[in-house]
Design a protein around this ligand. Structure first.
Ligand SMILES: CC(C)(COP(=O)(O)OP(=O)(O)OC[C@H]1O[C@@H](n2cnc3c(N)ncnc32)[C@H](O)[C@@H]1OP(=O)(O)O)[C@@H](O)C(=O)NCCC(=O)NCCS
Length: 165
């Protein structure tokens, strides 16, 4: 199998809808990326209920993914993850841009997400996209030896016109 640098050399990723057949590969990235990963069943449920599920693929290899729910004027970014070998190359930025544009395009007025306050890489990414800290959810996350709070971040959206995202 080609290495991440080989795959990235001159190759632009494709961001497309996640399919059932992607879930095993997505779960592999999820397990390697989080201490308390989503199960395969959660990803399948997200696909089944029609959440916005996207993957970034490079030469058919999945490098990252994002999952978002939309409704009642609000988008909720539920998961955003890039495989370790592909990080710090702008993929997280491009996946997040696509989700936010999609939320605006389908008429959502604001986007929310939760993030561990200890996750400085993700927080920097979200702040760079204009998300702002609007609150804390106490004990929201599982953590080793107890629970960890979640920071709640919000982004106001303006209506867009793209529907191909
Ligand atoms: C957070 C995550 C999605 C970022 O993906 P990525 O592809 O590496 O991000 P990008 O290369 O697009 O970087 C975008 C910005 O994120 C921030 N960032 C990314 N990695 C960072 C790091 N290791 N340290 C500090 N800031 C970082 C920077 O602000 C960066 O912008 P810059 O390069 O102009 O400084 C990735 O680190 C990841 O998958 N982490 C594990 C899963 C996770 O924690 N997801 C978020 C759950 S809320």
């Amino acid at each position: 199998m080609a290495t991440a640098p080989d795959l990235l050399a001159g190759t632009r990723e494709t961001i497309r809808a996640m399919r059932d057949g992607d879930v095993a590969e997505v779960v592999g990235i999820e397990r390697a990326s989080y201490q308390f990963p989503w199960s395969e069943g959660i990803f399948r449920d997200c696909l089944r209920v029609g959440y916005t599920c996207r993957v970034a693929a490079i030469s058919r290899q999945i490098a990252g993914y994002g999952v978002m729910s939309v409704g009642a004027g609000e988008a909720h970014i539920l998961n955003l993850c890039v495989a370790e070998a592909f990080r710090c190359r702008g993929l997280g930025h491009r996946l997040l841009t696509l989700l936010v544009e999609r939320a605006a395009a389908v008429g959502m007025k604001e986007a929310f997400l939760e993030v561990r306050p200890s996750n400085t890489a993700a927080i920097r990414l979200y702040l760079a996209h204009g998300f702002a800290h609007v609150g804390m959810r106490r004990g929201y996350y599982q953590a080793v030896g107890g629970r960890e709070d979640a920071a709640v971040l919000r982004l106001g959206l303006r209506g867009g016109s793209r529907t191909d995202l």
